[in-house]
Design a protein around this ligand. Structure first.
Ligand SMILES: Cc1ncc(C[n+]2csc(CCOP(=O)(O)OP(=O)(O)O)c2C)c(N)n1
Length: 584
């Protein structure tokens, strides 16, 4: 077998059903055997699209997404998705072509130091130097991408080792065993089970807490721990906040669910964390968007911090009880200890805390003013309608900006893996390709991309890919004619000096553009048209659909903890000039 065939065969044996990619000179020998493989290849229009599609696929299915591109500019085009996957711990395998071994370091045509460029944005990357190494390197890549803290792994493949015309590219096929893969990575042994003494300490601390909050991050989803989390919350009736990365890990319609904390979190989620005496942080990393000004974050709270990545423990906030381990295994162990210690009967009575929390929920719900007749649409209204008219298990994939925050706030997530977004890197242009990847992975589910007009313009061309490949995603563009989130900051913090944020509502013509890309397209300008158009879009299942909603550019995202401020200074609504401050 030659190296190119071996690479494709290895991907097949690792269970790859789809590769997102675009060929070029250096990777040509690997593209040829794809013709003989059952793997579906999806030809993207830009390599950034391939990377985000692989991410969307991974988010939706839990299986690693695979992207394959050529050398040089193709490899640099995929750096953004790699960084995105790295920040959000998304399992992804990226194969890049490289110039032939003999040309390395000569500034050869389309040569780039891909391993150097991507070192800081991959969990692991490697230049493969011999064809015979390919099966083991692919096996290692999948093992590294999917175990411990998941992440992107890149293999850079010089052309000569996959070239069928090169005698050195031929070798006797050997498929390494699981044991051989593990033995080949002696320094890599992720700890998955929590230390029993720490688990016991955590259980005791939970039973003693008066104002506990479960602070749930994306790690809970990565560990497939939603069921265990629910058991833990319900055993002692502990309120739960779900970060932007964890939306859906706990059902939004559950009485213990407080929703999203952070800069644009709701008042109750933010304030419950601030007033808590025990934060049970599960797969969450105390991101600055959650903590606000760190020195003022949750001043009275002790912390139990569970994470598969030991580097996260104590990184931002000291943990009283740090536990390294897989969230599901650790939650199950804590549950067993809680029950052993007497369960709810042994716990401190937290009824007062829960009624304080529900008091905040009643007093400070998420709210917005509906538009008057003749005014542009309110984005929140559009999202409520999309939510109410789409199947309950719809997968929502957002871009980055105001629309992302409104989508997270106003959608009701009832199931895990129904919310996909770029949380850590905040990558505009994520939504359309990630939605395509999610739909490929979950073809029977409705997939809505909620995008901003700015974000859409960054990767919209992937709708050509979706139309050609018959991937019927749906895209809702909230067209407010601005780089809205930046405009909001300029309005609030730069005295309404709007520097370089106006995009125009009419250029491009989104309907014509979408139609030219092979989609069905609609424009919606008034509230009465919203529901009927969404219904029409939901019925179309043989090609992509785009709805352009013309929305009010003056609408801002609230609540908001202004940048650099502490969470106590949360501004609840557009009308409140002053920070509300924490209710005593
Ligand atoms: C690639 C990239 N460039 C710039 C930014 C900075 N940024 C964050 S939100 C935003 C505006 C997004 O505008 P739009 O897509 O129209 O969404 P809206 O905020 O209006 O909902 C910008 C420019 C970013 N996050 N990503």
């Amino acid at each position: 077998m030659n190296g190119g065939q071996a690479l494709i065969r290895s991907l097949e044996l690792e269970g790859t059903d789809t590769i997102f990619g675009l060929p070029g000179g250096a990777i040509l020998p690997v593209y040829d055997p794809i013709l003989d493989s059952p793997i579906r290849h999806i030809l993207v229009r830009h390599e950034q699209g391939a990377g985000h599609m692989a991410e969307g696929y991974a988010h939706a299915t839990g299986r690693p997404g695979v992207a394959m591109v050529t050398s040089g500019p193709a490899a640099t085009n995929i750096v953004t998705p790699l960084a995105d996957a790295y920040m959000d711990s998304v399992p992804m395998i990226c194969i890049t072509g490289q110039v032939a071994t003999a040309s390395l370091g000569t500034d050869a045509f389309q040569e780039a130091d891909t391993v150097g460029i991507t070192r800081s944005v991959t969990k692991h990357n490697e230049l493969v130097t011999s064809a015979a190494d390919i099966p083991l390197k692919v096996r290692q890549a999948f093992h590294l991408a999917t175990t411990g803290r998941p992440g992107p792994v890149l293999l850079d493949i010089p052309k000569d080792i996959v070239d069928p015309n090169n005698p050195d590219a031929w070798f006797d096929w050997v498929w390494p065993t699981d044991d051989e893969v593990r033995a080949s990575l002696p320094g890599y042994r992720p700890t998955t089970t929590g230390h029993p003494r720490k688990v016991r300490e955590a259980a005791e601390m939970i039973l003693a807490a008066e104002r506990p909050v479960l602070y749930v991050g994306g790690g809970v989803l990565k560990a497939r721990a939603a069921e265990s989390l629910r058991e833990l919350a319900e055993l002692l009736d502990i309120p739960v906040v779900t970060t932007l990365m964890a939306r859906g890990a706990f059902p939004d319609d559950h009485p213990l669910c407080l929703g999203m904390p952070g800069m644009h979190g709701n008042y109750t989620a933010v304030t419950a964390m601030q007033r808590s005496d025990l934060l049970i942080a599960l797969g969450s990393r105390f991101d600055d968007r959650v903590t606000g000004k760190l020195a003022e974050f949750a001043p009275l709270a002790k912390v139990i911090h569970v994470d598969i990545d030991p580097a996260e423990l104590g990184k931002v906030r000291n943990a009283n009880v740090p536990i390294v381990g897989d969230c599901r295994q650790v939650i199950d162990a804590i549950l067993a200890d809680l029950i052993h210690l007497g369960g709810a009967d042994a716990a401190t009575d937290i009824t007062a805390w829960r009624s304080t929390v529900s008091g905040w929920q009643e007093k400070y719900p998420l709210a917005y003013d509906q538009s008057e007749p003749g005014e542009l649409l309110k984005p929140q209204y559009v999202l409520e309608q999309l939510r109410d008219l789409s199947p309950e298990d719809t997968i929502v994939v957002s871009g980055v900006g105001q629309h992302q925050m409104w989508a997270s706030q106003f959608w009701t997530f009832r199931h895990p893996y129904t919310w996909i977004n770029s949380g850590g890197l905040g990558t505009m242009g994520f939504s359309v390709p990630a939605a395509i990847g999610a739909k490929v992975g979950m073809p029977d589910r409705t997939v809505w991309s909620v995008d901003g007009d700015g974000c859409f313009q960054m990767t919209a061309q992937e709708l050509v890919t979706a139309a050609t490949e018959r991937i019927p995603v749906k895209v809702a563009i909230l067209n407010n004619a601005y780089l809205g989130m930046v405009r909001q900051w300029q309005e609030m913090f730069y005295e309404e000096r709007y520097s370089e944020v106006y995009l125009s509502p009419d250029l491009p013509d989104y309907v014509k553009w979408a139609e030219a890309m092979g989609c069905v397209a609609f424009r919606v300008e008034s509230p009465e048209e919203v529901a009927p158009t969404i219904r029409k879009a939901n019925e179309i299942d043989d090609r992509p659909v785009v709805i352009e909603f013309r929305t009010d550019s003056s609408e801002k995202v609230f609540p908001m903890v202004p940048s650099g401020k502490g969470n106590d200074e949360i501004v609840v609504s557009q009308d409140s000039d002053e920070a509300e401050g924490i209710t005593q």
